[in-house]
Design a protein around this ligand. Structure first.
Ligand code: SF4
Length: 277
């Protein structure tokens, strides 16, 4: 049985296919629902609080304002399935929100938001490469005093080791490509801001790095197309298996992939209803 070939890709989908074709099939071809993870939900919450902070005039972006913005984001998330499906008890909920506050506080160690000239927040960009639409969302786009564009991407996880740094930057070079395609200008820098450690990894996009992204993305898309036509999505075991939502249907773990289409929605539906999966 062949599968319909996707017509759009985002950096996370490119990454997902290269990490594990079978998990990609479940998530992006069959579009099976996944239970949220505490790490990803906390990241969304902190991103939302920082987005609210940057909707304020520059001189009002204080720590106290960020505290209020996190309170507002928490109020939004309390009823959001992305949070409620985590099923946290009262103690775990307190710890979860306290850690989010630590991350928002830590942001002020990294930069002074009153000095940032942002020109775009949560910016959705897309560009065509042949028949394929490339899509991405940029956390923040800044304009420096020199008139240069800078892409900023917040990270709430750990700073990657040297060996993983380049793959993380691969994702942001993708954003650089989108910026250049849509806005007609290549950003002068791309910054990955690691809130927990206070570290910033900065990359300077070049013609070569942008060309690499388009070549690599086209190659991944070809591989996706071939996998769809031949129904050949093999599991690729790695450290990511421990957090994979589809492990119970993965043949590498003794599961039956054909049951996923029926069972995954039931499992997530049970979580949404407040029952254990
Ligand atoms: S458990 Fe591992 S090998 Fe199996 S689908 Fe998930 S990521 Fe792929």
């Amino acid at each position: 049985m062949s599968h319909p070939v996707p017509t759009s890709l985002s950096p996370s989908r490119v990454e997902a296919f290269t990490n594990c074709p079978l998990a990609f099939r479940f998530a992006s071809i069959e579009r099976l629902p996944e239970a949220p993870s505490p790490h990803a939900t906390k990241g969304s919450l902190v991103h939302r609080a920082l987005e609210l902070l940057f909707t304020r005039p520059a001189d009002q972006r204080t720590k106290a304002a960020a505290d209020d913005d996190l309170d507002r984001a928490i109020a939004e998330f309390r009823t959001d399935p992305e949070f409620t499906m985590l099923g946290l008890d009262e103690a775990a909920t307190t710890t979860f929100f306290a850690d989010a506050r630590t991350l928002v506080d830590a942001y002020f160690r990294v930069e002074d938001p009153t000095q940032v000239r942002d020109i775009g927040l949560e910016l959705r960009l897309e560009a065509q490469v042949g028949d394929l639409t490339l899509r991405g969302i940029i956390d923040r786009l800044d304009l420096t005093a020199e008139g240069d564009l800078v892409v900023t991407d917040y990270k709430t996880g750990r700073t990657p080791g040297l060996q993983h740094e380049q793959s993380r930057l691969g994702g942001v070079h993708f954003y650089s490509f989108l910026c250049e395609s849509v806005l007609g200008r290549r950003p002068a820098a791309i910054r990955l801001v690691y809130l927990r450690s206070g570290e910033i990894i900065t990359a300077t996009p070049t013609e070569r790095s942008v060309r690499f992204i388009t070549t690599r993305t086209a190659a991944v898309w070809k591989a996706v197309e071939k996998a769809c036509l031949t129904d050949d999505f093999r599991p690729r075991q790695s450290a990511l298996c421990s957090s994979c939502s589809f492990q119970r249907w993965c043949p590498a773990f003794g599961g039956d992939p054909s049951r996923a289409a029926v069972e995954a929605p039931l499992a997530v539906g049970a979580l949404a209803a407040g029952a254990p999966a």
